[in-house]
Write a protein that binds this ligand. Structure first.
Ligand code: KIV
Length: 263
């Protein structure tokens, strides 16, 4: 069994090897991912792929705590990141109260917060109070409604400079790593080079310090849409549908349960 990463070993991985992060929302999958992933993210993307909503906005702290506990139960040897959902970190006080709940009610190793420079004060307040923070810059799914869709970042020089400033602010505020999402690859590379902590990409090319994917996307379970950056490592939906169809057929013909499955 691999040794569980620590904040220090995650930081030291920069420039040595890329970090592998994957989302999980339950104990069953978390246990399966533990062997190969460095970090498991209980992302608020669970609101879409687990709860069937159209975006992440309505995910609640209670949901995040519930699923984080499930993931921690399944992957006892993994570094677990719990996403702070929309609206739970709008002020320093609220952020600390809510992140404290995550730390007291789960075994998460850190929380993740969307936002760059404008969230630096909040990140600093959390890290000053013993809560480890993973930042999240670039495309911010929690801003989907205010931005009118999911917009790739880093397309202009101004955006590039602002992303680099975001990354520096997040690092300076005390975050030990950050996710960069939906960003032009050359800009993500420049961002990763501008800070000393690992920058983990999703839809941000390969010249960063690690990768994260949503498990239901990369295993091919999520059928509604496939973003360009998602590689499907398995055709999960076809496998599941084929298996359940076979089960249904065998129930109809009474082939299942055969002697082998009968007391
Ligand atoms: O919620 C999530 O799964 C995330 C990833 C997209 C990084 O934040």
């Amino acid at each position: 069994m691999n040794k569980k990463l620590t904040i220090s070993s995650i930081k030291k991985s920069k420039g040595v090897r890329p970090l592998v992060m994957i989302t999980a929302y339950d104990a069953l999958f978390a246990k399966l991912f533990e062997e190969s992933a460095d970090m498991i993210l209980v992302g608020d993307s669970l609101n879409m792929s687990f709860a069937g909503k159209s975006d992440t906005i309505s995910a609640t702290l209670e949901q995040m705590i519930y699923h984080t506990n499930a993931v921690c139960n399944g992957a006892k040897n993994s570094f677990i990141v719990c996403d702070m959902p929309f609206g739970t970190y709008v002020t320093k006080e609220k952020a600390l109260d809510n992140a404290t709940r995550v730390f007291q009610e789960t075994l998460a190793d850190c929380v993740k917060i969307e936002g760059g420079s404008h969230k630096a004060e909040i990140i600093k307040h959390l890290t000053d109070n013993g809560i480890a923070v993973c930042g999240h810059i670039g495309l911010l799914p929690q801003s989907v409604r205010s931005e009118g869709g999911y917009k790739v970042k880093g397309k202009t020089q101004e955006e590039k400079e602002s992303l680099i400033a975001d990354a520096k602010a997040v690092e300076e505020a005390g975050a030990f790593c950050m996710v960069i999402e939906g960003t032009k690859a050359d800009v993500a590379q420049a961002v990763a080079q501008a800070v000393t902590i690992p920058v983990i990409g999703i839809g941000a090319g390969h010249n960063v310090d690690g990768q994260v994917l949503v498990f239901s996307d990369m295993l091919g379970f999520f059928e509604d849409f496939t973003p360009k950056f998602v590689k499907k490592y398995m055709d999960g939906s076809t496998l599941v549908k084929t298996a359940v169809k076979q089960y249904a057929d065998e129930v109809q013909t009474r082939e299942f349960p055969s002697e082998k499955y009968t007391y």
